[in-house]
Ligand binder design. Structure first.
Ligand code: PEP
Length: 252
């Protein structure tokens, strides 16, 4: 069965309450009724309820940008998966490069979050990707392989079907430098091959692998046209409704 494309907007630490509501309403009016591409919006935690209200009962799903791996208790400043579920989140981004490289999350921490997100009933968007120095040292495949293997440790085949992988080369995030469709496809194919080894062919062929890193309406069709690129995780261009909708429409 063909994989349905999935485009998610990662708003990062941007917008205000008013801007979040306006952006979500505009995205909903542009792509909230179509069903050809799955769409999710991932605003900052504090705007999740407002964005949920703004997208209404349409087809756009709500996602969070992070969560903690414990249920509740003395974890000041953290947000649990149960809380996200409680307010209507369907997805949660895990292992984003900014969490890995700015905040310092390890593969092991991301794996704990992965297992907890799944047990909380959330669908993880699991980010992996190499640094520029790693690409230049020809370590891309090795780095991404390790991130995938450790991040998914203990995830069963059934649960793997709930996970979206997002390949995001760190050097392409927010830099305006996009991986060429060939560069992205090469890593996506490696990840899918790895999933065949870790699970089986059926699971590997069902899992969606998004590309992320300076995706724009102008380069989306070329990227999304590659056989193993099943959508996009979009940062900067998700902050303008028309740009984001252009990416979604490129996948139709
Ligand atoms: C991201 O935040 O996941 C991302 C890919 O950002 P940008 O599209 O701005 O490169």
């Amino acid at each position: 069965m063909a994989r349905k494309l999935f485009v998610a907007g990662n708003w990062k630490m941007n917008t205000s309450l008013a801007a979040a509501k306006a952006l979500a309403s505009e995205v909903a009016s542009l792509v909230g009724a179509q069903d050809a591409v799955d769409v999710a919006l991932c605003p900052p935690f504090v705007y999740l309820p407002a964005v949920k209200e703004a997208i209404g009962g349409g087809k756009i799903a709500l996602g969070a940008q992070n969560m903690f791996y414990e249920n509740d208790g003395a974890f000041t400043g953290e947000i649990s998966g149960a809380m996200l579920k409680d307010i209507g989140c369907r997805y949660v981004i895990l292992g984003h490069s900014e969490r890995r490289h700015v905040i310092g999350e390890s593969d092991e921490i991301i794996n704990r979050k992965m297992l907890k997100a799944i047990s909380d009933g959330l669908l993880p968007i699991f980010c992996v990707g190499e640094l520029l120095a790693e690409r230049e040292a020809d370590q891309t495949m090795e780095v991404v392989r390790r991130q995938v293997q450790v991040g998914l440790e203990g995830v069963s085949a059934t649960d793997m079907l709930k996970v979206t992988v997002a390949y995001e080369p760190v050097w392409a995030i927010g830099t305006g430098k996009t991986a060429t469709p060939e560069q992205a496809q090469e890593v996506h194919a490696m990840i899918r091959g790895l999933l065949v080894n870790m699970y089986d062919k059926t699971v590997a062929e069902a899992v969606r692998i998004q590309y992320g890193g300076s995706v724009k309406a102008s380069n989306a069709a070329d990227l999304l046209g590659r056989p193993d690129i099943d959508g996009a995780l979009v940062g900067g261009a998700s902050l303008k409704a028309a740009d984001f909708a252009g990416i979604v429409n490129a996948g139709k």
